[in-house]
Design a protein around this ligand. Structure first.
Ligand SMILES: [Zn+2]
Length: 380
C-alpha cells in the first residue's frame, strides 16, 4: 500500500523541509522532499497532515512503565499507551528491585510481548549489578550479595539476545565476569554505566567492554573518593569528557531530575548528537509528596525519593525545549535519532530516510501528538 503524506514539515537529522511530502510503501519510507521534488503516485492514498511537523517515531530506550502499568507484568498495555504518545520503539526495562525469579519472569513476559507488539525492540536491563547505594528503593535492593553466576546466568539466558543493553556499576567486584557472560549470550550487547560512583580508572578497567551509554546522567550517580577535600570525579564527569559516549537525560517539566543549568551543561559538553532523552517512566502506587503535587511527570518511592518518572517522550521533548535552547529538530534528534544510533538500530529506525521503517509521529509546534504511524499504518 502506498501513502502520500502532504502538507507537512518533514523533520530530518539536519533540518526541516517546509511544506513537504513523504511517500511510504509497504511500511517503508519510499521518498520525501519538497512538493516540487516529489511526484505523488496515482495509486497512493493521500493524507493531509494539515501543516504538522512529522518526525521519526520516538525511540525510548529506558522505560519501566506507562499509563499506570509496568513492563514486567503488563508490557503490552505499556507499549500501547506509549505508542499513543509517539513512542514507536521502546526497550522495556525490568527494574533492579526485582529478585532473580522475578527478573526471569519479567524477561519471559517481555519476550512474549515482543512477538505481538512491533514497538518493543528488546530490553534495557537496568541492573542487577548496580551500586546498591544509588537509586530508588536503595534500602531494599535485593542485589547486595556478591556477583554470582548461579543468579545472573538464569536472567541473562532468559533475556538472551533481546537484552540489548545491560547497565552495570564498574566498581562491583567481579563485574567483568558478568559482562563476559552477557556478551557471550548476546555478542551485540551494549553496556551502560549507571547507579554508580566508579572512578575513571575503574571505568577504563572495563577495557574491551567499552560502555557506550551513561544511564540517566546526573541521577543516581556518585563521585567515589574525594581526595584532600577536592571534588571527586565519577561517571557523570567521565561521560561529559568521553566524546563517543551517549548521555541519557530525564527532562521533567520542573527540571527536578536534572537542574536546567545542568541540562544545558550536558548539551554543551556532549553536543546535541550525544544526548538521549529517556522517560524512565515507572508506575509506583506511592502517592506524590505534597510539595510536588503540582508536577505530573514525577514518580516517587516510599521514602519520598525520586523513582523514575511519569514522563512520555512528547512531554520530554516539550521539557527539553524549555530547559535548554533547543528547537524541534534537535528535540527529535535526542528523542529518536540518537537513541536509535546508540542501540545500533539506526539502519531501520530513528530518522526519516529512504528505506527506513515508516514509523512517524505527527506533532504541532509544541509537541502535541496529532497522529502516529507505525510500520506504515496509522494507529487509531
Ligand atoms: Zn530506570
Amino acid at each position: 500500500m502506498k501513502t502520500a503524506i502532504e502538507n507537512v514539515h518533514v523533520v530530518l537529522e539536519n533540518g526541516i523541509i517546509r511544506n513537504g511530502v513523504i511517500i511510504t510503501e509497504d511500511g517503508i519510507i519510499k521518498e520525501f522532499g519538497t512538493k516540487k521534488e516529489v511526484s505523488i503516485p496515482d495509486d497512493a492514498q493521500c493524507i493531509d497532515a494539515c501543516g504538522a511537523y512529522v518526525g521519526p517515531g520516538f525511540v525510548d530506550i529506558h522505560v519501566h512503565g506507562g499509563g499506570g502499568y509496568n513492563v514486567w507484568d503488563n508490557p503490552k498495555k505499556v507499549a500501547a499507551f506509549l505508542l499513543s504518545h509517539g513512542e514507536t520503539s521502546i526497550l522495556p526495562s525490568p527494574p533492579y528491585e526485582l529478585n532473580c525469579e522475578e527478573y526471569v519472569c519479567a524477561a519471559k513476559t517481555i519476550g512474549l510481548a515482543m512477538k505481538e507488539c512491533p514497538s518493543i525492540k528488546g530490553m534495557y536491563m537496568e541492573g542487577p549489578y548496580i551500586n546498591v547505594k544509588y537509586g530508588a528503593y536503595a534500602h531494599i535492593n535485593p542485589w547486595r550479595h556478591p556477583i554470582s553466576k548461579d543468579d545472573y546466568a538464569k536472567i541473562v539466558d532468559e533475556a538472551g539476545k533481546d537484552a540489548k543493553v545491560w547497565v552495570v556499576a564498574p566498581e562491583r567486584e567481579g563485574i567483568t565476569e558478568f559482562m563476559d557472560y552477557a556478551r557471550k549470550v548476546n555478542p551485540d550487547v551494549i553496556f551502560a554505566i549507571g547507579h554508580s560512583e566508579a572512578t575513571p580508572i575503574q571505568i577504563r578497567k572495563l577495557g574491551k567492554f567499552r560502555p557506550k551509554i551513561l544511564t540517566h546522567a546526573m541521577n543516581a550517580t556518585g563521585r567515589g573518593d574525594v581526595p584532600l577535600g577536592t571534588r571527586g570525579y565519577g561517571p557523570d564527569e567521565y561521560c561529559l569528557k568521553e566524546s563517543e559516549m551517549y548521555a541519557e537525560l530525564i527532562s521533567d517539566s520542573c527540571s527536578i531530575h536534572v537542574h536546567s543549568e545542568l541540562q544545558q551543561l550536558i548539551l554543551h559538553c556532549k553536543g546535541v548528537e550525544k544526548v538521549i532523552l529517556i522517560t524512565d517512566n515507572i508506575h509506583n502506587a506511592t502517592p506524590t509528596p505534597k510539595e510536588f503535587a503540582h508536577i505530573d511527570d514525577l514518580n516517587f518511592d516510599d521514602c519520598g525519593s525520586l523513582s523514575g518518572s511519569r514522563l512520555t517522550m512528547d512531554q520530554a521533548c516539550r521539557n527539553i525545549m524549555c530547559s535548554t535552547n533547543c528547537g524541534i529538530a534537535q528535540a527529535f534528534l535526542m528523542a529518536s535519532t540518537n537513541p536509535a544510533k546508540a542501540i545500533a538500530m539506526d539502519a531501520e529506525i530513528g530518522s526519516i530516510d529512504i528505506g527506513k521503517r515508516a514509523d512517524l509521529v505527527f506533532v504541532d509546534d509544541w509537541f502535541n501528538v496529532k497522529k502516529v504511524m507505525i510500520g506504515g499504518s496509522f494507529i487509531k
